[in-house]
Design a protein around this ligand. Structure first.
Ligand code: C2E
Ligand code: CA
Ligand code: CA
Length: 431
């Protein structure tokens, strides 16, 4: 795993010292960490942390010094979370949550400071009055302060966190690992586009293809798009990733078009669509690849249209005026408001695979597919049926007048070279 992300520390080595500035928080991946504080000049260990637990976050939250010392009790493997990462998360959080976090932390720091003051004065007192009462009071105080520190800083070594806390920490740890890896994935060339043919149903010829992203992460393994596109959207990483996708898909399209006159379909996400640079990005990508905009189809979902209809309308009108075509992806699974079919300049409906797959088990699904094909024809739009796996499905779609199809019956999404081979040699099954 990435060296900056995972730190291996051997038993007995300090991870950080009380009073030092903090640059990282950590989640324990394996091993045990002991946390201690200086109380009355002696180091009081108050917690042993285990796999899945977070520590070292406080100095990052309020930009202060370490309030405790952490030492590897055994050999440990730590997931390091940088200051930038935490600051960015706090910046993006709800202002009320941000305020609560600050208040809780200030209270903690306040209690911590008082503990020190009280213990200091008790120590002075002890040195001047050698009575056993004071001595025993002082010892009790030490125990109490260590317990208090433990209670407010972390769970105690022998208390068991609930299953929910363990599960939450594990899932937080996984999403942090995924996010940090995702940030580096573009620079490390870990993405690849696969291409799935879009087939003219009656002829069985390739009319276009859809670019589908793949992430081959050396640390997380093969990660399907459904498992990272949402995260890329949430973190804004979809903007640079989307720029790479459009540029790469355009380059591939110009290569494919040397063999056959096909179009390239590119998926767009909401965040990309809303970004100021989007129109420029797509026009520049097409120009750089020497492509006319009319051989690029942009796939958008119903939710993009419904979340901000005014923006969608002006953006789609601009794209249309620039010559790009627009397809509605997964049609029928979102809001399916017919109002946008006449409001927005849409060329193609992609009928979601859930309807196509259910055609022979559910009469209504079949009727929906038939009606959508007819509706599209009457509105002068094209239809693409998604997820065709069986011959009887493509035959049925042909009788409904559905123009194009996509699915494993023709081909799974394949890497660029294999798609080129499909274009050059292989004939695809017609209906
Ligand atoms: P989608 O746009 O609906 O893409 C079609 C998905 O259906 C693809 O999954 C494809 O592999 C799968 N598929 C195709 N034919 C069949 C079939 O016959 N049977 C079955 N069961 N599945 C079939 P994939 O590649 O895993 O992509 C999943 C989703 O991730 C896509 O759904 C899309 O929403 C998103 N995605 C993929 N690539 C990109 C991208 O480059 N940009 C953005 N923004 N989203 C992407
Ligand atoms: Ca799609
Ligand atoms: Ca789809």
């Amino acid at each position: 795993m990435d060296n900056e992300l995972i730190k291996i520390i051997s038993a007995g080595t300090p991870i950080f010292h009380e009073g030092a500035p903090g640059d990282c928080a950590y989640i324990i991946q394996s091993g045990e960490v002991e946390v201690s504080m200086l109380i009355n000049g002696s180091n009081v260990a108050f917690a042993v942390l285990e796999k899945g637990e977070l520590f070292g976050e406080m100095a990052l939250i309020d930009n202060s010094f370490r309030s405790a010392t952490a030492i590897a009790r055994t050999d440990v493997e730590l997931l390091a979370i940088s200051r930038d990462y935490i600051e960015q998360k706090i910046e993006l959080s709800d202002p009320t949550v941000r305020m609560l976090l600050q208040v809780v932390l200030e209270r903690y720091r306040d209690v911590h400071a008082r503990l020190h003051d009280v213990s200091e004065s008790l120590r002075e007192h002890e040195s001047t009055t050698a009575t056993s009462t004071i001595g025993s009071f002082f010892n009790q105080y030490l125990k109490l302060s260590s317990k208090l520190a433990s209670a407010i800083t972390s769970r105690h070594a022998h208390s068991n966190p609930s299953d929910k806390v363990v599960a939450d920490l594990a899932s937080t740890s996984n999403s942090i690992i995924k996010e940090i890896n995702l940030k580096n994935a573009l620079d490390n060339n870990e993405f690849e586009l696969f291409y799935q043919p879009i087939v003219n149903i009656p002829e069985g010829t390739i009319a276009g293809c859809e670019a589908l992203i793949r992430w081959n992460s050396p640390t997380l393994g093969f990660t399907p798009p459904d498992e990272f596109i949402g995260l890329a959207e949430k973190t804004g990483l979809i903007i640079p990733i989307g720029q790479w996708i459009t540029a790469e898909a355009c380059r591939a399209a110009s290569e494919f078009r040397k063999h056959r006159d096909i179009y390239m379909s590119i998926n767009l996400s909401t965040r990309q669509f809303e970004s100021d640079s989007f129109m420029n990005d797509i026009e520049n990508a097409a120009k750089a690849a020497g492509l006319n905009s009319d051989c690029i189809k942009l796939e958008i979902t119903e939710s993009i249209l419904m979340s901000n209809p005014e923006l969608a309308e002006s953006c789609l009108n601009k794209l249309k005026a620039a010559g790009f075509s627009i397809a509605i992806d997964d049609f029928g699974t979102g809001y399916s408001s017919f109002s946008y079919l006449h409001r927005f300049p849409i060329d193609t409906l992609k009928i979601d695979r859930s309807f196509v797959n259910a055609m022979f088990s559910n009469e209504r699904s079949k009727e929906i597919v038939r009606t959508l094909s007819l509706l599209a024809k009457n509105l002068n739009m094209k239809t693409i049926a998604e997820g065709i796996e069986e011959k009887n499905e493509s035959q049925q779609l042909d009788t409904f007048g559905c123009d194009y199809g996509q699915g494993y019956r023709y081909s799974k999404p394949v890497p660029k070279d294999q798609f080129l081979a499909l274009l050059k040699h292989k004939s695809l099954p017609a209906t």
